[in-house]
Design a binder for this molecule. Structure first.
Ligand SMILES: Nc1ncnc2c1ncn2[C@@H]1O[C@H](COP(=O)(O)OP(=O)(O)O)[C@@H](O)[C@H]1O
Ligand SMILES: [Mg+2]
Length: 262
């Protein structure tokens, strides 16, 4: 099983959309996927029509009760071979409860070890927060995907986030490969074109050489609770995620590594 975490400290940059869209494309390839909603807002759970305010059990129980098995928590998404580990609003309290307990950074990684053979891919949708959940995501991940909205100020926030992530990653034995993904690109606006150029200049080695365009079909897909490929397979947005998946599966470029502690 390959584990990919989708993270950015900023909200509304396309994290959940990226995780769901890639899951849809992987499903189209016949791959099995475990989606993990690590966001206390539960927007991925809500995407699949669950109510994070009332849904139980959720990943909260994985942290609370070590005996809880992933199998007891996963739910169907309605997408072939794609399952979801949902979040719930109680997850928001985990940082305060677990902040100082040793070993709580490896809950997700450890929980996944029994499911290595059950899924081909695991995609983790991270919260726009740096806390115990992010530590868990980074510890479990083989690859980090960083969606960045192509707008002014995107770069400032990105710099700050990569710096913080590097600090967290010092605790990892192995460096983490990551890819920056320009999202919501609107080629009609100067701001988008300029910020894309700036992103490419600053992160030329770690940025995907393509973009995810603005596409209203994403809204329609989320309304229907399905990945874009299952709603509008020939849309520009769906095609862009096919290309992104190809890059992730066959990527020829050099891996971009974040520092390890060794
Ligand atoms: N490429 C895109 N074009 C148009 N709308 C998008 C695109 N990507 C995401 N969206 C929409 O933008 C909103 C925020 O996206 P989301 O994936 O939830 O961001 P995040 O998880 O980073 O908070 C959602 O309403 C989503 O449907
Ligand atoms: Mg989200």
């Amino acid at each position: 099983m390959q584990v990919w975490a989708v993270a950015n400290q900023k909200g509304g940059v396309g994290k959940t959309t990226t995780a769901v869209s890639l899951a849809g494309e992987l499903s189209n390839l016949g791959k099995s996927v475990l989606l993990i909603d690590l966001d206390p807002h539960g927007s991925m759970s809500a995407y699949f029509k669950l109510d994070p305010d009332s849904h139980e059990p959720s990943i909260y129980h994985l942290f609370q009760t070590p005996a809880y098995a992933v199998n007891e928590i996963i739910v169907d998404t309605g997408i072939d071979k794609v399952k979801l580990l949902p979040s719930s609003t109680a997850v928001a309290t985990l940082d305060r409860q677990l902040g100082t307990q040793a070993g709580k950074g490896l809950v997700i990684k450890n929980a996944l070890t029994s499911y290595e053979d059950q899924f081909d891919y695991c995609l983790i949708d991270c919260a726009p927060l740096l806390g115990i959940l992010m530590v868990n995501a980074l510890a479990a991940a083989d690859k980090l995907l960083v969606p960045v909205q192509t707008e002014f100020l995107a770069i400032k926030g990105l710099e700050r986030m990569l710096h913080t992530l590097n600090m967290i990653l010092k605790a990892r034995a192995e460096p983490l490969e990551y890819l920056i993904i320009p999202t919501m690109f609107d080629r009609r606006t100067r701001a988008a074109i300029q910020s894309l150029r700036q992103l490419r200049e600053t992160y030329h080695e770690t940025i995907w050489d393509n973009i995810i365009p603005v596409d209203t079909q994403f809204r329609e897909a989320s309304r229907q609770g399905k990945p874009i490929s299952h709603v509008a397979a020939s849309s520009r947005g769906a095609k862009a995620y096919v290309q992104l998946l190809n890059r992730l599966l066959n990527g020829k470029s050099e891996p971009s590594l974040m520092a390890s502690g060794h």
